[in-house]
Design a protein. Structure first.
Length: 446
């Protein structure tokens, strides 16, 4: 009786009713079906695509509301500017470390050695389809991409970076008008609560989305030994694991919290990302959970959406690793200056990956296109077939990095209640998304 009563008080569900278990079950069933019945499994691809589309339609309004409310209800203008500056400095520092980790891993393991592929044997026309998906990235181009042609265009097109720009301007505008903006702000807060409630219901579809996506991937690519390409995948996973469990773990420990406990806390979101290869579906849930960890709504609302565009450390690791792998496969000797130059270019292309179609792979094409004297762009066809096997690790690494970075930034700004943070992580508190679906439980801090 005591055990039953304690479970009722805690409100904890049986494991089979929890979202993380259902998503994991969907992934396992999808992989099994894709391997043993590939012709049948490919028919479930629309299920995964539909889930991604359903979630993506919620991302832009959630980002807009969270950032506007965060800016309009916290601190002074100078403190917000300082918070943004600190965020960008931390994001770039982590990106540089990620690029170096990828470089060290590929130079140590050398997965491309021995392939001896002649550059002349690669048909440049084969890479044309991939090159079309990557926009030419330069500093001015990225800045201009952030500024939308109209106020409502990014809402229609689902562009996160322009929405960030509009939300920041709107938030400062509401601060300037003061009481005159209170009716609009109040309506936005109510709308935000409704969005989170709706998202809680939509996330119940995550197991089906993960099942459909994994079933198609396994059916399409198969589970097989792929020699050097398999070693490339293994090298990437080793580099990503090192970055998460060494670099991020040390950063977390230095700031007084445990990475392992944090990963346990967000395990549902990690499994959703594993199944969908995208961090976008878990953005609203991450905003909610980081706030439950004691981080202020204003701090999280500013830094997490910003990190989704400027702190893609999984992509950064992939860029150096894939570029040097292609050089090894083609027997191209890169000088130290060429490697340094590539890293400088990747500091830009890794950030622009959020704004181009194809994410990490498109960023790789953009990087090679910007440096034609290193590795020919056409060489990307060598890894095009196995790129999908690395996309999950890219997304998972970036999500872990953003979770840690947001807590660290909140601590720097004095916007994190360390007592709440330690209590929640120590208890392994797993807030269910069902609670998000209850509007009265979503705190809006004014």
């Amino acid at each position: 009786m005591m055990a039953v009563h304690a479970r009722e008080i805690s409100g904890k569900k049986p494991f089979y009713k929890q979202l993380y278990f259902q998503v994991l079950f969907g992934v396992l069933v999808g992989g099994f079906l894709g391997h043993f019945a590939p012709d049948f499994a490919v028919q479930f691809k629309p299920m995964g695509d539909a889930f991604i589309k359903i979630v993506k339609m919620m991302i832009v309004p959630v980002v807009f509301c969270t950032i506007v409310i965060g800016i309009a209800t916290v601190g002074a203008n100078a403190s917000i500017g300082g918070a943004l500056l600190k965020a960008m400095l931390l994001f770039y520092a982590l990106t540089i470390i990620a690029l170096i980790v990828g470089l060290v891993a590929v130079e140590t393991i050398k997965p491309g050695d021995g392939m001896h592929i002649a550059a002349s044997s690669i048909d440049p026309a084969q890479a044309a389809a991939y090159a079309k998906s990557a926009k030419k990235l330069d500093f001015v181009g990225v800045l201009l991409h952030i500024i939308p042609p109209s106020f409502f265009t990014p809402f229609a097109e689902g562009e996160v970076l322009p929405v960030l720009f509009i939300a920041i301007i709107t938030g400062f505008g509401l601060r300037r008008v003061g009481e005159a903006g209170r009716p609009f702000l109040g309506g936005l807060e109510s709308f935000s609560s409704g969005l989170f409630a709706a998202f809680g219901f939509l996330m119940r579809l995550a197991p089906f989305g993960a099942f459909g996506a994994i079933a198609f991937i396994v059916a399409k690519n198969g589970i097989k030994s792929i020699g050097n390409l398999g070693l490339l995948i293994a090298t990437f996973y080793v580099a990503s694991i090192f970055f998460v469990f060494v670099v991020l773990a040390l950063l977390a420990r230095f700031h007084g919290f445990s990475l392992i406990k944090l990963l346990r806390y967000i395990r549902e979101e990690l499994l959703v990302v594993l199944g969908t290869s995208s961090t976008e579906p878990v953005l609203p849930a991450m905003l909610y959970k980081l706030e439950k960890l004691g981080c202020s709504k204003g701090s999280v609302g500013l830094t997490l959406p910003l990190g989704y565009s400027f702190n893609l450390d999984g992509t950064a690791i992939y860029l150096t690793l894939a570029s040097v792998f292609l050089a090894q496969a083609l027997d191209i000797q890169l000088s130290q200056w060429q490697i340094v130059s590539m890293i400088l270019v990747m500091l830009l292309t890794s950030k622009g990956a959020a704004g181009v179609t194809g994410s990490g792979f498109a960023a790789l094409v953009a990087t090679l296109a910007a440096m034609p004297d290193t590795v020919p762009v056409a060489a990307v066809v060598i890894i095009a077939g196995i790129d999908r096997f690395m996309s999950e690790a890219r997304a998972l690494t970036s999500l872990c990095s953003n979770a840690v970075a947001c807590i660290v930034l909140a601590i720097w700004d004095g916007a994190c209640d360390m007592t709440v943070l330690k209590r929640e992580l120590d208890q392994g508190y797993m807030q269910q998304l069902d609670e998000i679906a209850e509007p009265q439980q979503i705190a809006v801090h004014v």
